[in-house]
Design a binder for this molecule. Structure first.
Ligand code: ATP
Ligand code: MG
Length: 574
């Protein structure tokens, strides 16, 4: 490609609303243009990167034995009513009506459509297993679209769905996909980690997420370097402390803590470690059945944080209580609430709280806390003890070996064993060897193609711009001539190198714009081209061209005749 025939549109400054570096750099490099919240146009330079990601994903999916098809973005509501997700999916599902007032959705995912295809096509065990995949635009009306294309509303996903006659065969394909995803992210040149994951609203049993490791990642991951354990913090179990509760040794006392509403502030005032404090979180149960509307307390150690997914599993659906509800239930403003004197209110205690003695908690009186509090003596033993918190660094690994460390990641892939959830709802069955009708086992496997582009930049950048892995850079090599329009020798050498590299299948950008060298260099660095060759009269006089890798501190002079071979070697090395 020649710059004169391409479209580059870079910016010196990032727009102020771009919060994270990948979003800033994508805007500055002219890769994307915002149309509406979470909806972007992929400009030519961005599209090249997206297509390269897509190509690697497609090659590895084909190699894995999956078969590509393409399903519609617009889907009839009836299918979603049949699966039960018309009611369950919530406002992330974009719904619309056609001219006949029939309901449709813009697909956020395609379990329903693919299951409909398979239930109509597949009758016999002989046709199984099957794995269909597509690379297709999804729409999710995300509550908070942000970070550019990282959490967009419209985005490109590779979604695959497999169908099996037995659970064992689903597990085989699940492992096949685990290995395929590992190959994909390795080929993309990304640092990543696969972690056990919660199955969320999609449901099913086994599930792993693939995360690109980056400080700005939305997900916290827990892993154990000794045992190899790795899980999303949403899921990672906090084991019950092994040491028993110490005997009560302090007297119960009420102390004034004016203006100290956080455990940190109370601990500082009383000169006690944060680990001696207990925080009470007021919730209202909202499950459709049972105790809906019931006010309740969750108790956590002061240095721990609530894990809402774990809490939901223990207490059922809930929301946080409003200030006025706390006032009504406990006669006290938030910040000073605690588990003493709360009568018959349900109290859920985290495992770590259950072994505490002589602890500090709110007195249910504004401006006061209690110290020297002990279960069994000052208040009843907690009725319900469960794992309700996020693990923290240093916690024992749930598999019993070593200690956990934490890091952050960007979820770029997710594989699920769906089992029969959708097949059952949509009556997707087959005749087994004995002629009996059975429900199919299903797996589903997603990769966020557009999110990968952002994640790669989040992981690869410096003060000059994007540092793309060569596998997905918009161009592998740029040729920057000094005076393309002025010097015949420069033009001839640049054109010859361009022809040679292009002929060798290398993706080259020849910058033939006659801009100032500084402008061309800065732009090529900003858009993340990994290899640069400068063609100038001075070098040519010695039969040389100047080469510089995107991360090299110094450039090097190479004989003209060797540059092509040198670059081929570099690109093969990755
Ligand atoms: P998240 O927890 O980030 O919302 P998810 O669990 O909803 O993701 P899946 O339904 O498993 O995601 O979708 C498969 C992949 O699609 C994800 O791993 C992610 O890479 C990508 N993806 C999901 N939502 C978005 C989005 N709003 N913008 C861009 N990519 C997305
Ligand atoms: Mg989501």
């Amino acid at each position: 490609m020649r710059t004169s025939r391409f479209f580059l549109s870079t910016l010196k400054e990032a727009p102020s609303d771009a919060e994270i570096i990948s979003h800033q750099l994508m805007l500055r490099a002219g890769m994307i243009k915002r149309l509406a919240g979470g909806i972007y146009t992929w400009m030519p330079i961005g599209l090249r990167v997206m297509r390269k990601v897509e190509k690697i994903v497609r090659e590895e999916m084909d190699r894995s034995g999956a078969i590509e098809l393409s399903m519609p973005a617009v889907q009839p509501a009836e299918l979603w009513q049949e699966s039960g997700r018309w009611d369950k999916y919530g406002p992330e599902l974009l719904r619309c009506k056609d001219r006949h007032q029939r309901d449709f959705v813009i697909g956020p995912t395609h379990e329903e459509v693919i299951t409909d295809v398979v239930r109509k096509e597949v009758k016999s065990y002989r046709q199984l297993p099957l794995h269909f995949y597509q690379v297709q635009v999804k729409f999710r009306d995300e509550i908070r679209p942000r970070f550019g294309i990282m959490r967009g509303r419209e985005f490109l996903m590779k979604d695959g769905y497999s169908f099996h006659s037995s659970f064992a065969d689903l597990q085989r394909e699940y492992r096949n996909m685990f290995d395929t995803y590992t190959r994909i992210f390795t080929r993309l040149g990304l640092k990543f980690r696969a972690v056990a994951a919660d199955t969320g609203s999609i449901g099913g049993t086994g599930s792993h997420e693939f995360h690109v490791l980056a400080e700005s990642g939305e997900d916290a991951l827990a892993y154990c370097p000794d045992s190899g354990f790795a899980a999303n913090v949403e899921l990672a179990e906090a084991l019950a402390p092994s040491e028993p509760r110490a005997a009560a040794s302090a007297a119960l006392e009420r102390v004034a803590t004016p203006g100290r509403t956080r455990c940190e502030d109370v601990a500082a005032l009383l000169a006690l470690p944060l680990t001696r404090t207990v925080k009470a979180i007021a919730i209202v149960l909202t499950s459709a059945t049972g105790a809906s509307g019931q006010f309740a307390l969750i108790l956590l150690r002061g240095d721990h944080n609530l894990n809402e997914i774990k809490a939901q599993k223990t207490v059922g659906d809930f929301r946080f209580a409003r200030d006025d509800e706390i006032q009504t239930a406990l006669g006290c403003q938030p910040g000073y609430i605690g588990p003493l004197g709360v009568g018959a209110l349900p109290v859920f205690a985290d495992r770590s709280v259950a072994v505490m003695s002589d602890f500090v908690c709110g007195a249910n009186e504004a401006g006061f806390h209690l110290v020297g509090v002990n279960f069994g003596r000052d208040l009843a033993e907690p009725a319900i003890i469960a794992d309700l918190r996020n693990v923290i660094a240093g916690d024992p690994s749930p598999d019993g070996e070593g200690r956990l460390e934490l890091c952050r990641g960007i979820e770029v892939g997710h594989i699920f064993q769906l089992r029969t959830k959708y097949a059952e709802a949509l009556k997707c069955s087959f005749l087994d060897e004995g002629g009996h009708s059975r429900i199919m086992e299903m797996g589903c496997y997603g990769i966020g193609v557009t999110r990968i582009v952002g994640a790669a930049i989040e992981q690869g950048h410096d003060e000059r711009g994007i540092v793309f892995p060569a596998a997905i850079a918009p161009f592998e090599v740029c040729i920057v001539p000094m005076g393309y329009a002025k010097s015949d020798a420069v033009k001839a050498a640049a054109d010859a190198l361009y022809a040679e590299l292009t002929g060798a299948g290398i993706d080259v950008l020849l910058d033939d714009r006659n801009e100032r060298p500084g402008v061309m260099f800065a732009e090529m660095e900003l858009i993340g081209v990994p290899h640069r060759v400068v063609v100038g009269d001075r070098g040519l006089a010695q039969g040389k061209l100047e080469y510089k890798g995107r991360l090299d501190a110094e450039s090097q002079m190479l004989p003209v005749a060797e540059v092509g071979q040198f670059l081929k070697g570099r690109l093969c090395a990755g």
